[in-house]
Design a protein around this ligand. Structure first.
Ligand code: SF4
Ligand code: SF4
Length: 312
């Protein structure tokens, strides 16, 4: 496994980051022992970087995976907090539930532009103060938006960006794949650490996985790539890609992912507003999904008060 510094930070991460959204309650909801064991296997194989979020509700998997593990692990988490108080609670929750004194990377979740970053400034400022106190090592943002990356260029305090980028540009908001690449390149030139998310477009690129990984691995300004996986077969295959080893032929899983909406949906539209990819619309009788836009992130499910929408 190759390791790189995340931009100008002193944080060294594996090229493969374990994207933990997949194992938790928003997606596969693996039993705790199974999910934590998968993370532990990844750590034993040389992965030292785990991506999570307050929204994912999966800190317990990571805490269990780290139990008794003596090597340094870089955990990046994020929160939608926009006030100092909300961020204080989010940071303390992460420190408590991950059983860590210091969170290596804490980010503002899903920033859309310089304006949303400015709107979240009290939360970011809280993180910067927490950094001085040693509770956080580096701060950053995650974003699906070209303008989110461009907005971060105006804030030297933002050291790390997790942008959505993949071969086909699936899920990128506010511009094309190449516009996103251009923005990322500018951010990397400023010394910001870059770790890509959704390399397989939420599963849409699974059939062209090699090309999708090669595309990102060959971009010199992307330090690491967060890959979601749910079992050892996927983990081992992904490790082989990242280690430049031959990848065994793999029979694609027949069970395609889809978004399921139960008939007790109240049409409240909370999921529509929560979808970062504008994949949901409300019709007079139902919530309709645009399959071209949905990347199966599960964020809509987290927003539903009725537990009526989920990735299956
Ligand atoms: S948030 Fe839940 S109840 Fe509301 S419209 Fe969406 S699926 Fe239906
Ligand atoms: S519809 Fe739901 S799962 Fe699909 S992209 Fe939107 S939030 Fe994510």
């Amino acid at each position: 496994m190759e390791y790189r510094f995340l931009g100008n930070t002193s944080i060294k991460v594996s090229r493969m980051c374990f994207g933990s959204l997949t194992i938790g309650p928003l997606q596969r909801n693996l039993p705790l022992a199974e999910g934590s064991s998968l993370i532990r296997t990844a750590l034993e194989a040389g992965v030292n970087f785990i991506d999570t979020a307050q929204l994912y509700r999966n800190y317990s998997y990571i805490r269990e995976a780290l139990r008794g593990w003596s090597h340094e692990v870089v955990i990046a988490t994020k929160s939608y907090a926009y006030t100092a108080e909300m961020m204080r609670d989010a940071l303390e929750e992460a420190r408590r539930e991950l059983d860590l004194d210091q969170i290596p990377i804490f980010m503002l979740h899903e920033q859309e532009s310089e304006h949303t970053i400015r709107g979240h400034w009290p939360a970011l400022e809280y993180l910067l103060n927490a950094k001085v106190k040693g509770k956080v090592k580096a701060v950053g943002i995650s974003t699906h938006y070209v303008q989110g990356v461009l907005g971060a260029l105006k804030y030297p305090e933002i050291e790390v960006i997790s942008p959505l980028i993949n071969l086909s540009g699936i899920g990128i908001q506010g511009g094309s794949r190449d516009q996103m690449l251009n923005a990322i390149q500018q951010a990397a030139a400023q010394g910001k650490g870059i770790f890509a998310m959704k390399p397989l477009g939420g599963g849409h690129l699974i059939a062209e996985q090699k090309a999708a990984f090669d595309f990102l691995l060959e971009l010199p300004y992307i330090d690491s790539i967060a890959v979601g996986m749910k079992n050892e077969q996927e983990l081992n295959r992904n490790l082989a890609y990242f280690n430049g080893e031959p990848v065994a032929e793999f029979e694609l899983e027949q069970t395609e992912r889809k978004l399921h909406i139960d008939d007790w949906c109240l049409l409240c539209e909370k999921c529509v507003k929560a979808c970062p990819n504008h994949a949901l619309t409300k019709t007079p009788t139902e919530i309709a999904v645009d399959p071209e836009k949905c990347v199966f992130c599960g964020y809509c499910g987290a927003a539903c008060p009725e537990f009526a929408i989920k990735v299956i």
